[in-house]
Design a binder for this molecule. Structure first.
Ligand SMILES: [Fe+2]
Length: 492
């Protein structure tokens, strides 16, 4: 497998050289005419799901490269080596070669294996969006507590000799771990198997976040649907297309190679993770199951983890994510209300066609007239803050004690091959990309939308200060959503 990933690493380095746009200011204006029959690539993970086959700013994957990718999947050996990174100094030496391609580590976690760090993982880690208030199955001391559910992942079949994922981690109302329900049994702090159970929880939740929250939700559902609908129905000068363009920059390029690169049998995801082909198909079927899009804060309220519903408990990602949602929702409402180009939008045939093409999941429970600002707010939030949270594995890939993409029975360290493959998968996430702190106003189509973008810039500056103050008071600073770390679109 090593040669397989080395080949792709070389490919990503090459891509880094030929993708020249690195700042918000350099994002080109929309250029390609709207075309309802625009080239699309089927993504055979859900009936009718296609991704935009052309990126108006960059050439697609050339045929020889397509051949190389397919050849790499088919020819390179896959032996499922079980060696793990048990020597952290050896891992540091390995990182010297690959670390510069990864997103930077935003903060040091010195005690990842402690019980307290399990709560930190559940509220700060890349899986933090999965935390919910304890409900069904809670013990008396957990009724006002929280749960991070992964036990359902035990259903996904894995290749021998790897261990299945799983583990529901339960916490009391103060965030103290009470037990882990793993593979049908409760294990409590200090009991035999407790350390192993924590490692399984961290590993399972990281795998779910990487495949489902990051790829399925952010890349292929919300951003993909929005950019595909806009290529189909909005002319390049249309105000709606111009407003959303910076948030969708390079989305077709980032997504376009994935049917070829990520999802085939013995493709990058199948090899990186331990699932059998049937187990992987099972997981993807669940990941891409149709579900109505709920906006960020309504989802938190439904799970009873909105910061207002958890006074005295620092749910760091939910606190900072809500702060981002509020300013991005304010921006989307200002656009819809104040942009001259949006006058009469509910009767604009192009906007109506765009809305229809978003599909029932994205528009569920909304009409165009009263739901456009909400859908745009959720799109902006997903492409920026949510993606920054779910994809930034830079910290966790730098220490093999965090998790493993494949569980080797009895070992609480990352599998070498799997970590090498994960670094390949995430290496392009460390490349320069347009950021939300850049000059967004220059891309807006009229006076009203430019004013909204300038107001957003002021809100981001204020958020930066407020977040710094909150982080100074935190036991563990949460830095993933600091404005200078938040990209403008899912370019990688
Ligand atoms: Fe991404």
């Amino acid at each position: 497998m090593r040669m397989y990933t080395e080949n792709f690493l070389a490919l990503f380095k090459l891509n880094a050289k030929i993708a020249p746009v690195t700042t918000t200011e350099q994002i080109p204006a929309p250029s390609k005419a709207a075309d309802p029959k625009v080239a699309q690539i089927p993504l055979p993970l859900r009936p009718g799901l296609t991704i935009l086959g052309v990126d108006e700013d960059q050439p697609g994957v050339p045929p020889p490269l397509r051949l190389f990718i397919a050849f790499n999947h088919r020819i390179m050996p896959q032996a499922d080596d079980t060696a793990c990174w048990t020597d952290s100094r050896a891992y540091e030496a390995w990182l010297q070669r690959y670390g510069r391609l990864l997103p930077e580590a935003e903060v040091v976690w010195e005690d990842i294996e402690s019980d307290a760090a399990l709560w930190r993982w559940a509220t700060h880690g890349m899986c933090a969006q999965g935390l919910e208030r304890a409900g069904e199955g809670a013990a008396p001391d957990e009724v006002d507590g929280f749960v991070l559910r992964n036990e359902f992942m035990a259903d996904y079949e894995v290749r021998a000799p790897f261990e299945r994922f799983g583990g529901d981690a339960w916490f009391d109302a103060t965030g103290k771990p009470t037990r882990i329900h793993l593979h049908g049994k409760d294990i409590r702090p200090g009991e035999p198997g407790w350390e192993r159970a924590k490692f399984v929880v961290r590993s399972s939740s990281a795998v779910w976040a990487a495949i489902v929250d990051h790829f399925a939700e952010a890349h292929f559902t919300i951003c993909n649907q929005a950019v595909l609908a806009s290529a189909q129905h909005l002319p390049p000068t249309h105000p709606l297309r111009r407003v959303i363009k910076p948030f969708l920059f390079h989305t077709p390029g980032a997504n376009g190679a994935t049917p070829l690169l990520l999802f085939p049998e013995w493709g990058l995801l199948h090899r990186t993770f331990p699932f059998t082909w049937a187990g992987f198909q099972h997981l993807l079927k669940d990941a891409f199951a149709p579900r109505p899009m709920v906006n960020f804060v309504d989802d938190l309220r439904r799970k009873r983890v909105h910061p207002e519903q958890a006074p005295g408990v620092d749910l760091a990602f939910f606190t900072e994510g809500t702060a981002w949602w509020e300013i991005l929702e304010k921006f989307s409402h200002a656009i819809v209300r104040d942009s001259e180009g949006f006058n009469g939008y509910a009767d604009d045939p192009a906007v109506k066609a765009w809305w229809g093409a978003l599909g029932p999941d994205m528009t569920a429970g909304r009409t165009l007239a009263d739901g456009l600002a909400d859908v745009l707010g959720q799109l902006f939030c997903t492409a920026t803050a949510f993606h920054a949270q779910a994809q930034n594995a830079g910290t966790y890939l730098r220490d093999p004690a965090f998790f493993s993409a494949r569980l080797v029975p009895g070992i609480n360290r990352a599998n070498k091959e799997a970590l090498h493959a994960l670094c390949t998968l995430f290496c392009s996430a460390g490349l320069p990309t347009p950021m939300i702190t850049g000059d967004l106003a220059r891309h807006m189509p009229d006076a009203g939308s430019k004013a909204a973008a300038l107001a957003l810039k002021a809100d981001i500056d204020a958020l930066d200060l407020a977040m710094s103050a909150r982080n100074s008071a935190r036991r563990w600073p949460y830095r993933l959503l600091e404005p200078h770390r938040v990209a403008l679109s899912i370019t990688v």
